[in-house]
Every structure is written in C-alpha cells, then in structure tokens.
Design a protein around this ligand. Structure first.
Ligand code: OGA
Ligand code: MN
Length: 293
C-alpha cells in the first residue's frame, strides 16, 4: 500500500494498493492496524461502498459495535441493519427530517467532541464513516489527536492525571443539549463506564488522553473540580494545532481510532441532505477490560 500524510492536520491517506471491495489479507490488516496505531486517522478516497460492502469491509477488523442503539430506543431507523449507524438528517421518505425528529437531535449531539461509545465497556475501537451525500455548506467532520495533546501537557498535569479515572455517561451529552426526555427506568438501565484519563496503546505503549463529552466526573475529585478539569483538558486537546477538519467527498471512507482521537461533526444547513454511514468495531481487547469497574 502507498500512503501520504493528510494535509492540514494529522493522519494518512492510502493512495494506492487497496481496494475496499476485495478481502484483505492478514498482512494488509496488520498494515492498516500499524497505520492506525501511528496516525490514528486513515483516509481512503473515491471508493464507494454499498451498505453490505461496508459491513463486510468493517467486519474484517473485529466484532461490530452497536453503540447508542444498544442503550437508546432503536425507533425510526431506515437502515436494514442495526450495525450501520445512519449518520444522516433524512427521514424514511429520503427528505430532511423535521427539526424535532430524534435523528436531528443525534446529528446535533454528534457536533460535540466525543469518542464513540466511551460510555460503554467495551467501547469503540475503529469507526468508519463513509460519505454518500454532502450539503453545500458545512457538515465537515473534525478530529483531535489525543496523543499529541497528551505529549503537550506540562509534567505536573501529567503526573496528576496518571492514576485518574473518569466516569463516562451516555446521557450526559444529551442533557447538555437539553434532551432530558428519559424516564427513570431508561436512565437506570444505562450504567456509566469508567476509563483512565490517561491510557496507553496496548501495542505501542504510546500514552494518550481519553476524554470527551461523555466524561462527566473524575473519581476522587469533587464534581465541580473534576468537571472543570475535564473541560480544561477538552479545551486543550481541541486546540487548532491538534486538530484536522475533513471536507467530505462522496466515496470517502475515514477510519479513526476512538481510543486516541476525539471527533465532532460541524454545523450544516439542516434543510439540505447530508448522508454518511458509520460502521464501528468494538475495542474488545482493551487491557482496561480486566479492571473491576
Ligand atoms: C459519528 C459522528 C460526526 C459527523 O458518526 O460517530 O460523530 O460529522 N459523526 O457526522
Ligand atoms: Mn461519533
């Protein structure tokens, strides 16, 4: 495979030697894993896939994650598979959905910096977003590099964070955008997940932050102190020097490592169609899964 750096941020583009419609050899999968460990973002351009092709392609990298669909009612999906994240603003008739539709809420929730499924254990490993249709303005996806952000922390902060554990709660980001339409039963059914604030890639040993909008408290700190720390870290990690803004072209597939990056969608005109499809693998080999909580 041939690669070149993505301009204007971080990550690499695979420019030759890969056809997403052909099964990958073990060697090719390892090559992509090595690129992901190193760069956290891998872009493949101009290779359109159907829903079934995208599922087949993604399954080669591990078991699939259902993410939010596992914790929130599935209603209204127009896709035939739960394993496909319909990242569109379209209702069943193919037209942009009403402002009050759940999927618009999901679109807006995606515009806050997050790591997919960090509210569950196991969380998400690779997310793959495939571009089908783009609005005429906005609608980019932006990524933040949590390895570079960790490296740039001062030594005192690194030492302070070293043994800290954050609580990640699925509904925290929903409450932030004013969506509190969940009854006690639903809230109780969604247990938080706990992750170290500083994690390590298990293959390379490289340290990185692990934060985002699902994180709402830090164990052993008061809620205000912990939350302020999380806000400060988020502001630090999403400074321009650590981020990349991806302008979608139809047929793009962006693969990101949820362990070592954050991402957010950017605003667009909700009356214009925007259609992306997401498939996600589970991080079922994370060393933290051996911890009690
Ligand atoms: C996602 C996501 C952002 C976007 O698909 O997981 O957060 O740009 N998408 O739509
Ligand atoms: Mn996401």
């Amino acid at each position: 495979m041939e690669t070149r750096p993505i301009e204007g941020g971080f990550g690499v583009e695979i420019t030759a030697g890969l056809d997403v419609l052909n099964p990958l050899s073990a060697k090719q999968i390892n090559e992509i894993d090595v690129l992901m460990d190193e760069h956290s973002l891998v872009l493949i351009r101009n290779q359109p896939m159907t829903v079934d092709e995208q599922l087949t392609w993604t399954r080669q990298f591990g078991p699939l994650d259902l993410g939010f669909k596992k914790v929130i009612a599935k209603g209204g999906e127009k896709q035939k598979y739960d394993e496909i994240g319909d990242i569109s603003n379209l209702s069943k008739d193919g037209k942009p959905a009403a402002r009050t539709d759940k999927r618009i809420l999901n679109n807006i929730a995606n515009q806050m910096w997050h790591s997919d499924s960090s509210f569950q254990k196991p969380a998400a490993k690779y997310s793959m977003l495939h571009s089908v249709r783009n609005p005429s303005w906005g609608g980019q996806t932006q990524y933040a590099d949590l390895k570079a952000a960790y490296d740039a922390l001062d030594e005192r902060t690194k030492a302070f964070l070293d043994d800290k554990i954050a609580e990640h709660y699925a509904l925290h980001s929903r409450f932030l955008i004013g969506d509190d339409s969940y009854n006690e039963e639903q809230k109780a059914a969604i247990a938080p997940a706990y992750w170290p604030v500083v994690r390590q890639n298990p293959r390379t040993g490289r340290k990185h932050l692990f934060i985002g909008v699902h994180a709402r408290s830090i164990e052993g700190m008061t809620v205000p102190e912990g939350r302020m720390m999380l806000l400060d870290l988020l502001e630090h990690a999403t400074k321009g020097e650590f981020t990349y803004l991806h302008e979608w072209q139809v047929g793009d597939t962006m693969i990101w490592d949820n362990r070592a990056t954050l991402h957010r969608g950017r605003a667009f005109d909700l009356d214009e169609p925007r259609e992306l499809r997401r498939t996600t693998t589970l991080d079922d080999k994370a060393p933290e899964l051996r911890l009690a909580s």
